[in-house]
Ligand binder design. Sequence first.
Ligand code: 16G
Length: 241
Amino acid sequence: MIDKQSPIPIYFQLVEKIQKEIEQGILKPGDVLPSEREYADTYDISRMTVRQAITKLVNDGYVHRKKGTGTFVNESKIDQPLQGLTSFTEDMRERGFVPSNRMLSFQVREASDYIAGKLNIALGAQVYEIERIRLADDQPMALETTWVPCDVITGLTEEVIYDSLYNYIESKLGLAIGSASQVIESSIVNEREMNLLSLPKGAPVLLIERITFLADGRPFEFVKSRYRADRYRFRIQMSRS
Ligand code: 16G
C-alpha cells in the first residue's frame, strides 16, 4: 500500500491515502485519526514521516490537531466555482444546505468617501449598510457587510435582507443583475470575527470584496465578506488559448 520503491515520497503517499479515506467517507468529519505510532506500525514507516504527512493535511485544511487528544477530521469544504455570479442563498440551497442569516445591523447612512468611490456615487449619498452572518444549516460560514445605494435598489427592508438580496432585486424589483468584479485575499480573524464565526484565535479567513453591477451597468452593491477558510475553497476552470 505504501510503495517504498516509488519516486513519490513516502509521506506524500500517506497524505494521499488519508485524503482518499476522507473523500470516500471512510474517515468522517469529527473522527479521530489513528495515532502516529499506529500509522507508523501499520505501514512500517517512521513516525517522523507520519508527522510530516499529518502536518501537510493540517495545512491543507483536512484535519486539525487538538492538544493532548489527537488529530480530527475537519468538516468538508464547500467547493465554490468562481465563474457564476451567484448569491449565498443560491449557493447553499444548491448544495442541500438550509441558508439563514443573523442580522447584526441594518441602517441607512451617508456614503463615506471610500464607499462612494466603490459604488461610483456622490459623497454623502444615501446607502444601506447591512451586516449579516451567513449560515448554512445553522453553522456560521461568513460575515458579510454590504453597502447598497438607496436610489438604485429601492425599498430594502430588514425582512428582505433576512431572505435574499439577489432574489429581491430580480423577483421583486424586476432588475437584471449583470456582472461583478471580485478580489480574494487571505487574512486571519480578529477578536470580533472569531466570536461571530465560532473560530479559534488565529484562524484563517478569506476576505472577499465584490462590486456588482446591474445589467445596465449601474453598481448596486459593494460587499466585504469574511469566509471561513476551513469551510471554503474556490475553483476555477482555465484554458490556455
Ligand atoms: C454572496 C455575495 C454577495 C451578495 C450575496 C447575496 C460572495 C463573495 N458574495 O454572499 O456579494 O451580496 O451573495 O446573497 O459570493 P443573498 O441573495 O443570499 O442575500
